[in-house]
Design a protein. Structure first.
Ligand SMILES: *Cc1c(COP(=O)(O)O)cnc(C)c1O
Length: 379
């Protein structure tokens, strides 16, 4: 039987029950379950605000849009970001007409605080930080840099649903945290996300901006007769980015499993780590933040002959992945090529091994044995 990289697991009956409620009520859109999920998410994370979206990409786009407008950033202002991420992180910077300045990653595969500090200029306004695979990396040092240089912090937490440091959800320190509940993330729905602003004011704005700038409340307040409830004002040129009740229904059910799911992911990661301890010179592991419980959305290894290993695993019907290609190798970002040597190296040598809840102990042992066999004879 083939072993896939990601296999999302759903509580099918639980999801159907929640979705049935939406269908019977005749309410599948914004409101109802989206509000319930936002409340559950705030309770789960301890974050003050949460607005449910159709994706994390939307969240990143709207976050830069709001910050640029509210903080009066100009087109040549700079955002320091990582080259080792899914392109939606960096596209969000360019879509807002800001400049993406790449800093290198360290052994955590997250941004290196040292290189970030080197890249700060008079034009730097914010840092976009990605918790790779759910690993917080040196997040707290990045938070300190933001304080020291008065920068905003955007946390792309697409892999971080359920990640904790010292028992707490990281994110209160950030100006905004954006989560993804895309189909193969560690809290899968089908497509959705959550945006959590530190400032209440921005939470109010994002609710309008993700629904085309429509402000129903203002009008309702100024027209108390009730006759004109269908009328609304439009305060912004907005987007259609908000989430719907069907996705939220799935999210509500999946959230109940999240801690249990992540702890099994950490179990799998421990099996892998133990399995590779005898070949630590050939299979390098990612440095994980001390005192953290990472979501373990990914289990990544770094090897000499990554492409060879990938091919050998495929021949054994084990399907691995790559997270990610150094973004400065893409045409859109090649202006920064050569600025992040470590990310460039990782991009050619990193491999994500299968990581999902349907893997058994023996599946993991089989994968380990195939990797070890390859690296022992094919370096
Ligand atoms: C998946 C992902 C996104 C985008 O999430 P969507 O919900 O699919 O829009 C953003 N950043 C990172 C690091 C991701 O892995």
């Amino acid at each position: 039987m083939a072993i896939q990289l990601f296999v999302p697991t759903f509580d099918v009956e639980g999801c159907l029950e929640e979705i049935r409620e939406c269908l019977e009520k005749g309410w599948t859109g914004l409101g109802f379950k989206t509000v319930q999920f936002e409340n559950s998410w705030k309770e789960y994370t301890g974050l003050k605000n949460a607005h449910f979206l159709n994706s994390a990409t939307s969240g990143l786009n709207i976050a830069f849009d709001i910050f640029k407008e509210k903080y009066n950033w100009s087109d040549d202002d700079e955002i320091i970001t990582t080259p080792l991420t899914f392109v939606s992180s960096n596209h969000a910077i360019l879509l807002a007409n800001l400049r993406a300045i790449f800093a290198d990653v360290d052994d955590t595969l997250c941004l290196s605080p040292k290189d970030v500090e080197n890249k700060i200029t008079d034009k730097t306004k914010a840092i976009l930080y990605v918790g790779m695979g759910g690993n917080p990396g040196n997040y707290h040092q990045i938070v300190e840099l933001c304080h020291k240089y008065n920068l905003k912090l955007i946390l792309d937490a697409a892999h971080m649903a359920g990640t904790r440091i010292d028992g707490e959800t990281p994110g209160r320190e950030a100006d905004v945290v954006v989560y993804s509940f895309q189909a193969v993330k560690n809290l899968p729905t089908a497509d959705s996300g959550m945006i959590c602003f530190k400032e209440d004011e921005f939470d109010e704005i994002v609710r309008k901006k993700t629904w085309l700038g429509i402000n129903k409340d203002t009008y309702a307040r100024t027209n108390s007769s009730g006759n004109y409830k269908w009328k609304y004002d439009v305060e912004y040129v907005g987007q259609k980015y908000h989430g719907n009740s069907i996705m939220a229904a799935i999210g509500l059910v999946q959230l109940k499993q999240l801690d249990k799911d992540n702890s099994y992911r950490r179990q799998i990661a421990e099996w892998y780590s133990r399995g590779f301890s005898s070949v630590s010179d050939k299979v390098r592991l990612v440095e994980i933040t001390k005192n953290s419980e990472p979501s373990r959305h990914l289990f990544q290894i770094i090897v000499d002959n990554r492409d060879g290993l990938m091919k050998a695993l495929n021949e054994s019907e084990i399907y691995a992945g790559v997270h990610y290609t150094d973004n400065t190798q893409y045409r859109m970002y090649e202006y920064a090529k050569g600025t992040c040597p470590n990310a460039e190296y990782i991009s050619d040598h990193v491999l994500s091994l299968p990581m999902h809840l349907q893997l058994s102990y023996s599946d993991v042992q089989y994968i380990i044995s195939q990797v070890i066999e390859f690296v022992s004879y094919n370096d």
